[in-house]
Design a protein around this ligand. Structure first.
Ligand code: HEM
Length: 129
């Protein structure tokens, strides 16, 4: 059986490092930072770490957050859209590279995050051909 991404990326500490590196980049970009004004970043990163852990095949959450609901304010009131999601993916790639995650593993992580685009942005995911 294939070893879960969660284990290959270094378990809880590995995922935490990815979340820290990703959000450091997001918050340095004024276009992205606006979405996090007034947000409790400690809690936000904690939720992200737990969510991403589950996503990567790590420990399951008792309650999986509804990503559409969680981002509805950002989408409808602050204009969160594809261009921002593209940036997140770009920052994720650069974070993974900085952490010396192999390109192959990084690609697998990016595929997982791309699958959530429709949910986060509140629309039906276009079916892959
Ligand atoms: C550009 C893209 C994104 C932006 C700007 C963004 C921004 C935000 C904001 C502002 C919140 C609300 C924080 C709060 O009020 O407490 C949030 C929550 C959350 N986001 Fe994102 N997000 C993005 C993409 C993603 C992606 C790709 C994921 C999945 C890996 C994700 C997972 C979550 C989770 C799990 C929560 C917490 C939900 C909860 O339990 O309340 N977000 N995000």
């Amino acid at each position: 059986m294939k070893i879960p991404i969660y284990d290959r990326i270094g378990g809880s500490a590995g995922v935490q490092a990815v979340v820290e590196a990703l959000y450091a980049r997001m918050l340095q970009d004024p276009e992205m930072a606006v979405f996090f004004e007034g947000v409790d970043l400690i809690q936000m990163k904690r939720k992200q770490r737990l969510f991403m852990s589950q996503l990567m095949g790590g420990p399951a959450l008792a309650d999986t957050p509804d990503l559409t609901a969680a981002h509805s304010h950002a989408v409808h009131r602050q204009g969160l859209q594809d261009a921002h999601y593209d940036k997140l993916v770009e920052y994720l790639r650069s974070a993974l590279e900085d952490l010396n995650i192999s390109t192959l593993l990084a690609n697998e992580v990016v595929v997982l995050i791309e699958r959530l685009r429709g949910d986060v942005l509140g629309r039906e995911q276009r079916k892959a051909a």
